[in-house]
Design a protein around this ligand. Structure first.
Ligand code: HEC
Length: 227
């Protein structure tokens, strides 16, 4: 599907009107708790791209904006995570404050260490992504969702943009699976009507991830995620 500007907006909106939402599976506390785990992985991944010498300057600006935005809600999300797991949030609150301070003062090494510590305390549960028993039906549905609702934006990343819609086929091969799953959780948004929740089910995410992992990009591009 070829969509430009207005077309793209309509494409993305229609996705969220048609696809059933994941909300029925996770209550609000569980949803936010999982976002905390996913967000930690995404921030850590973005941070490592930010530190690469060959990351372009305007992409670094985009990455800094993304990290700043993510840090804005991290304390709230991780508070939900500690409620859900019955952890003492007071301990993590201090760590999150350190993370925010290290980011503001560009102490990347400390930031990375603190993030890694939190990732291990609040890991993303991958058991809900049923990779071992993916049915053909699930896979077909996921491929169809990708082709109808994602491909138009993601198959030709614009290197002009500070935050390009990278090729998902390339992205999946450049990072650990848990980080890619985290990006699929954090990076897809719904409309205000569904409280901006990600409309993809875990089966959709597992099916698409499997498809990206096992397929060479159908539209090869030189644009790499780290560039
Ligand atoms: C209207 C265009 C558009 C559509 C449609 C779209 N995306 Fe994206 N997507 C983007 C852009 C732009 C970004 C980069 C945003 C950023 O870096 O903040 C992005 C980022 C992402 C990311 C990475 C997030 C991260 O943390 O790096 C994932 C994963 C993703 N999209 C998956 C999907 C999937 C799956 C679909 C279809 C269900 C989809 N997108 C549909 C434009 C789109």
């Amino acid at each position: 599907m070829r969509c430009k500007l207005l077309g793209k907006v309509i494409c993305s909106l229609s996705l969220f009107l048609i696809i059933p939402i994941n909300a029925k599976e996770l209550n609000s506390l569980q949803y936010d708790a999982r976002l905390c785990s996913a967000q930690l992985l995404v921030i850590r991944g973005d941070l490592s791209r930010l530190q690469l010498d060959d990351t372009k300057h305007h992409h670094k600006t985009g990455l800094k904006q993304r990290i700043a935005g993510a840090l804005g809600t991290l304390a709230w999300l991780c508070k939900q995570n500690s409620f859900e797991k019955d952890l003492d949030f007071a301990i993590y609150k201090k760590q999150i404050e350190n993370i925010q301070y290290s980011f503001e003062t560009e102490k990347w090494q400390i930031l990375n260490t603190e993030l890694t510590a939190l990732v291990s305390k609040m890991p993303l549960n991958e058991d809900t992504f049923n990779f071992k028993q993916l049915s053909k039906n699930t896979l077909d549905t996921s491929i169809s969702i990708y082709k109808h609702y994602c491909k138009a934006c993601h198959d030709k990343p614009s290197s002009e943009s500070k935050t390009p819609a990278y090729s998902l086929f390339e992205m999946v091969k450049q990072m650990p699976r848990n980080e890619f799953l985290a990006r699929m959780i954090v990076g897809v948004h719904g409309t205000p009507k569904i409280a901006l929740r990600n409309p993809l089910t875990d089966d959709d995410i597992a099916g698409m991830t499997y498809y990206f992992e096992n397929t060479a990009s159908d539209n090869p591009t030189k644009e790499k995620i780290k560039g």
